[in-house]
Design a protein around this ligand. Structure first.
Ligand SMILES: CC(C)(COP(=O)(O)OP(=O)(O)OC[C@H]1O[C@@H](n2cnc3c(N)ncnc32)[C@H](O)[C@@H]1OP(=O)(O)O)[C@@H](O)C(=O)NCCC(=O)NCCS
Length: 212
């Protein structure tokens, strides 16, 4: 099992992975730019530093799982493709300290649901999404692939969130709102109206300040 990255979010997803039993030798990290002594995270977990090492690992091991240890939807999408090409299997992690509805919930490959998050019923979450700490996702909401909810984001019912969307910490999305692909929503925003693709929107109520 390889975590891609060894800094920020990699340290956070580690706790979710460790909710299951892992020995130090069966849990590795990948980071080709790290400053840790002897390429060890927390003096314990080995960090692979080249794609060749990753490829060899996947070739030799029966466990070909990997998960993303970094934010940024575009980087997550790119590295997922690279690791799949190297023979890896993108794996979903749902913290046992989150709650996921019992009915009509579809969660894609490689999705990460962090501690404290509540997902209700009739929710669809696309491949590679990161649903960070303490988020809520209301009924009949659909989130596209590789989108990212920062901590404490609240998405109301019947929302549609596109692919590669990044929603900043503490933002609130009101019911029935549609957010286009590749949108960034600023921390603390309250989104009351639809946001077009490629926009950056901030504030209360959220306004588009620029396009990417
Ligand atoms: C929205 C965001 C992406 C904009 O970043 P940026 O493109 O670098 O934009 P700038 O910092 O140049 O800000 C542009 C303007 O928007 C304002 N602004 C930026 N973020 C804002 C926010 N969250 N709420 C209100 N206004 C904001 C700035 O004050 C600036 O205003 P000005 O032109 O009047 O000076 C960023 O500020 C943000 O909120 N990111 C979310 C970070 C986050 O939650 N990370 C979680 C990690 S787990």
């Amino acid at each position: 099992m390889i975590v891609i990255g060894s800094k920020g979010f990699a340290k956070e997803i580690l706790e979710v992975i460790l909710e299951e039993k892992y020995s130090s030798s069966s849990l590795l990290f990948f980071d080709n730019i790290n400053n840790y002594d002897e390429n060890l995270l927390f003096n314990r977990f080995k960090i692979l530093v080249s794609f060749q090492e990753v490829q060899e690992y996947f070739k030799l091991q029966t466990d070909k799982r990997f998960t993303l240890g970094l934010g940024n939807p575009h980087k997550r999408k790119k590295l997922t493709a690279v690791f799949e090409d190297l023979g890896g299997l993108n794996t979903t992690f749902i913290s046992k300290y989150s709650r996921v509805g019992s009915f009509d919930v579809i969660i894609g490959n490689g999705v990460q649901v962090m501690q404290g998050t509540v997902i209700t019923n009739s929710v669809m979450i696309g491949t590679g999404c990161l649903i960070n700490l303490n988020c809520t996702i209301g009924h009949d909401t659909k989130i596209g692939s590789f989108s990212e909810l920062s901590p404490s984001v609240n998405i109301s019912g019947r929302c549609t969130i596109g692919d590669l969307v990044s929603i900043g910490t503490g933002a609130i999305i009101l019911p029935d709102v549609a957010i286009g692909n590749n949108v960034t929503i600023g921390a603390g925003a309250v989104v009351t109206q639809d946001i077009p693709a490629n926009a950056v929107a901030v504030g209360v109520p959220a306004r588009v300040i620029k396009y990417k």
